[in-house]
Ligand binder design. Structure first.
Ligand SMILES: [Zn+2]
Length: 329
């Protein structure tokens, strides 16, 4: 397998720490001179970098997931492969996705004037950098790149549309944003319709179980440098989510998700911090540690059970992860 990496800059006004965390650039991988994995935001700079390195756009494009910094410039290519959910989001540049997210946020207590502001921010920060295209085809569970076959693994959690490409012979994986060294990826809200949404944290944990069971020597992430110890990263995420779930649980009694968000992250980017809190609240609810009630200010959450039971849940999650990690040794 021959891999070449390009680094495509993107600008998120919300990411003030981007220089420090290496998050200001998307890694685009050229694999076996036949396919490109991820493409970066739609911008003149992206087009220029791609033109200078691959010449024209007749290669296959494979998209890890439907986030602007990974699929915004996909329209440049004619042969695009991605998860079904990413193809849908590419077709309307995430218009329907954000429409549903705003309905969910409204139900979680975000005031209408802030929803209006979020709509403007979404256009400015995300949708402006995605050019829609209907050339996306649903990827199957295998794909041929050059002479080699790669396994396509569905890895939902950070985004429901997320896939990884695994190359067994070289024990390599192209892992998009599922495994990142410098930051803990957010399990981002994923509405199914106006009322239902996925429990994205549980999905992410299942994804991590899949990944820790694989024999991986090199993981090529969507941002930052190549990862050699993916299991350490996975346990770091779990420790972080355990801590976060406990302080969210302690904070939420009688509050909406919006109130928890403004209590814990008063000055952070509202979309990303709401996503963080909703992921935890949905997870705790699915595990029976939280009850909810529809109130005048939005959906309100209440604590159930004891803190020790939440710690016990995370202990079991870690034990299972250790068993899965051993299964590939
Ligand atoms: Zn992402």
């Amino acid at each position: 397998m021959i891999v070449k990496r390009l680094r495509i800059p993107y600008h998120f006004p919300s990411r003030s720490t981007s220089k420090k965390t290496n998050m200001g650039k998307t890694n685009v991988y050229i694999i076996n001179d036949d396919a490109i994995f991820d493409v970066g935001i739609s911008s003149d700079k992206t087009t220029e970098i791609l033109k200078n390195s691959i010449g024209n756009f007749d290669k296959k494009l494979i998209i890890s997931h439907a986030h602007v910094d990974h699929f915004g410039a996909a329209y440049l290519f004619n042969e695009i492969y991605a998860h079904k959910s990413a193809c849908l989001k590419l077709k309307d540049a995430e218009e329907e996705y954000f429409r549903l997210v705003h309905i969910h946020f409204l139900n979680e207590g975000v005031p209408l004037n802030l929803i209006e502001r979020m709509r403007i921010n979404v256009e400015e920060e995300f949708r402006r950098f995605i050019k829609p295209t209907d050339k996306c085809r649903v990827i199957s569970n295998k794909i041929k790149i050059g002479d080699e076959t790669f396994k396509v693994i569905h890895t939902p959690g950070h985004s429901y549309s997320h896939i990884c490409l695994y190359h067994k012979d070289s024990k390599s994986i192209f892992c998009g944003d599922v495994l990142l060294e410098d930051v803990i990826p957010i399990p981002i809200i994923e509405p199914i319709d106006e009322f239902e949404r996925y429990d994205v944290m549980s999905l992410y944990l299942e994804t991590l179980e899949k990944l820790i069971s694989l024999d991986i020597k090199k993981a090529y992430p969507g941002h930052g440098d190549i990862i050699s110890k993916h299991d350490e990263i996975i346990f770091r995420y779990i420790d972080n989510w355990e801590k976060r779930s406990i302080y969210v649980w302690e904070t939420l009694d009688g509050k909406t998700a919006f109130e928890v968000t403004t209590d814990l992250f008063p000055r952070s980017h509202l979309f990303l911090s709401m996503a963080k809190i909703i992921a935890i609240v949905d997870f705790l609810h699915s595990k029976g540690f939280v009850e909810k009630e529809e109130g005048r200010k939005g959906r309100v959450y209440f604590k159930v059970d004891e803190i020790e039971s939440i710690r016990e849940l995370w202990r079991k999650i870690k034990e299972k992860m250790i068993r899965k990690a051993r299964s590939n040794q």
